[in-house]
Design a protein around this ligand. Structure first.
Ligand code: HEC
Ligand code: HEC
Ligand code: HEC
Length: 181
């Protein structure tokens, strides 16, 4: 089990080293989704043309969406119905069952800037620390964090974006951290 992750880890560090940095996007005619023979293709905006203007990232679709939102590059509508309560929660959860890997910091803030509580609670995560048997196998199979990461948010190959808390330097209690107001 451990070896499997080690291999994945090295493969990933190596490939991200090879492809590091450069922001590039496939042309619509080469993306395998659009019909290159369709003459109407020229009417569509190329992804690169739109996305190059946003804060860069070095993975996924090469945009830091967290920064794009916070720095007001984009201002998506936060609710459709006027009576929907928009709630941003600034509370981190430190998850410790990570074997040899650094612990995981789950930050509520960047999630609730995009999502409603009900997007996760309780269908994906029960609203209680430790109540969810989260593990990497299930995540890689599209459950828990993997419902979004690797699909619509940054890919699962970015191990250290989630596993960001070294066990030996972390002081304090794991689980829910005090809420920042
Ligand atoms: C992207 C998914 C996601 C969203 C959206 C989300 N949460 Fe959570 N929440 C989690 C995860 C993951 C945990 C930790 C579960 C665990 O440890 O098993 C958690 C835990 C909690 C806990 C438990 C803390 C404790 O002390 O046990 C509370 C309370 C909570 N969330 C409230 C909220 C509220 C309120 C919102 C909306 C403002 C929200 N969450 C939105 C994923 C989410
Ligand atoms: C989207 C966030 C996320 C990413 C990306 C991620 N992990 Fe995890 N990982 C988790 C969470 C959450 C847990 C469960 C922690 C808990 O329940 O206490 C976990 C658990 C683990 C565990 C513990 C054993 C197990 O089977 O659950 C290992 C090992 C692990 N991850 C390795 C990796 C490696 C290697 C990568 C990169 C290829 C990676 N993770 C990427 C969130 C992530
Ligand atoms: C319902 C969808 C959803 C789920 C489930 C989810 N995330 Fe996310 N996550 C997002 C979105 C959307 C963003 C912001 C866009 C991006 O960074 O790709 C994000 C961003 C993040 C960030 C980056 C924050 C920053 O400041 O850049 C971390 C770390 C993260 N998620 C960890 C996790 C972990 C760990 C889990 C599981 C415990 C998880 N996420 C579950 C949707 C989700």
């Amino acid at each position: 089990m451990k070896n499997k992750y080690l291999i994945i880890f090295f493969l990933i560090s190596f490939s991200s080293f090879l492809y590091a940095a450069k922001q590039t996007w496939k042309l619509l005619k080469d993306d395998g989704l659009h019909d290159p023979d369709n003459p109407a293709l020229t009417l569509l905006q190329e992804p690169g043309e739109a996305l190059l203007q946003l804060p860069p990232d070095n993975t996924g679709n090469m945009v830091s969406w967290v920064a794009a939102l916070r720095e007001n590059y984009i201002t998506p509508r936060s609710n459709i119905y006027p009576d929907t309560k928009v709630e941003v929660l600034d509370m981190d959860i430190i998850l410790e069952n990570t074997g040899e890997m650094p612990m995981v910091r789950f930050p509520h803030k960047p999630h609730t800037e995009w999502l409603d509580c009900s997007n996760c609670h309780d269908a994906i995560f029960k609203k209680k620390v430790g109540a969810n048997p989260i593990n990497m196998f299930d995540i890689l199979n599209g459950r828990y964090c993997g419902r979004c990461h690797g699909a619509v948010s940054f890919p699962l190959t970015e191990c250290l974006r989630c596993h960001s808390v070294p066990r030996n330097t972390f002081k304090g209690k794991v689980g829910a951290q005090p809420e920042r107001k």
